[in-house]
Design a protein around this ligand. Structure first.
Ligand code: GDP
Length: 287
């Protein structure tokens, strides 16, 4: 699968972040709670050095609550990292961010010095929406296509506390094929970059293993098929996606599965766990 996800303005973002970084006290990275590893930006670990990091698992309404808890514990155990789960469904939690920022740099807060934070993250994780929640009005432009945030802005959260928005886009961590598929399943990267049926096969294989009961219930399957192709065909038959000759329209059935994952019809889902990604990192490193 070819993934070309490094347009020119990402270089620009990288350059501008490096420029503002010396003035930054706290880095906030917004990730997608459904794929906290694959929606990370690889550059952030590299550039933040020792600065405290607030890791936001956003869109947690779409993610599996149990796995979100596992991820929060895993991330919190990392050096100088504080992880929180957010969703637009509970905006009051986002309002605690200013307090959290100050807690991470207690010396500056006590001395009454200006504190600067920067918010970063790959496209479509909900940065603009979060900024809107934080400033209380529609300042940042929100869109459901990747790459809406353009041009850098600095927002005053309260007296002496500023939040810098990242200027352009940062690319996701597509260091391995699975991350690419997971980003595609959750529509973090545009559909056109991927083979639709392949994304559905990847998702079907994962769901068969991780969420078999949800599949049975949703598609009214008494017995779960063994393979991902059989699952998609079964979904197709249940939904009447059958072509002349009795063949299942695989493309249509794939679209049904992907759409029902994305619009939460299949319930909240998480596509990776800390254990899974740790194993994958070792596996892909050895390739
Ligand atoms: P950005 O590119 O990171 O700035 O992302 P946006 O703020 O433009 O959000 C991308 C899409 O995600 C929009 O359609 C938002 O409505 C949606 N979104 C943002 N936050 C949440 C959330 O907590 N839950 C859900 N379900 N959708 C969200």
């Amino acid at each position: 699968m070819a993934i070309n996800w490094f347009p020119g303005h990402m270089h620009k973002a990288q350059k501008e972040i490096k420029e503002i970084l010396p003035t930054i006290d706290v880095v906030i990275e917004v990730c997608d709670a459904r794929l906290p590893f694959s929606s990370e930006n690889p550059m952030i670990t590299e550039i933040r050095g020792d600065k405290p990091l607030i890791k936001i698992l956003n869109k947690s309404d779409l993610a599996d609550a149990q796995l979100t808890k596992v991820w929060l514990e895993y991330l919190d155990a990392q050096h100088n990292v504080k992880a929180i789960a957010l969703t637009t469904e509970s905006p009051s939690i986002a309002k605690q961010i200013p307090t959290l920022i100050k807690k991470l740099v207690p010396h500056k807060d006590q001395e009454g010095k200006q504190i600067n934070a920067v918010i970063m993250g790959i496209p479509n994780v909900g940065k603009s929406t979060l900024l809107n929640t934080l400033v209380g009005k529609a300042k940042a432009k929100v869109g459901n296509e990747p790459a809406v945030t353009k041009g850098q802005q600095r927002i005053r959260l309260e007296d002496g506390l500023y939040l810098y928005d990242t200027p352009g886009m940062l690319w996701p961590k597509i260091v391995n094929e699975n991350s690419g598929y997971r980003l595609a399943v959750t529509s973090a990267v545009k559909d056109t970059a991927f083979d639709h049926d392949e994304i559905a096969c990847f998702a079907a294989e994962y769901l068969l293993e991780a969420y078999p009961d949800r599949l049975k219930e949703r598609y009214k399957l008494e017995e779960l098929p063994v393979t991902e192709v059989e699952l998609i065909e079964a979904i197709g038959r249940k939904r009447g996606c059958v072509k002349s000759g009795g063949y299942v329209d695989f493309h249509k059935a794939s679209a049904i599965l992907i759409n029902e994952i994305r619009d939460k019809t299949l319930g909240p889902l998480t596509f990776e766990s800390p254990n899974m990604v740790e194993k994958e990192v070792v596996y892909f490193d050895e390739l």
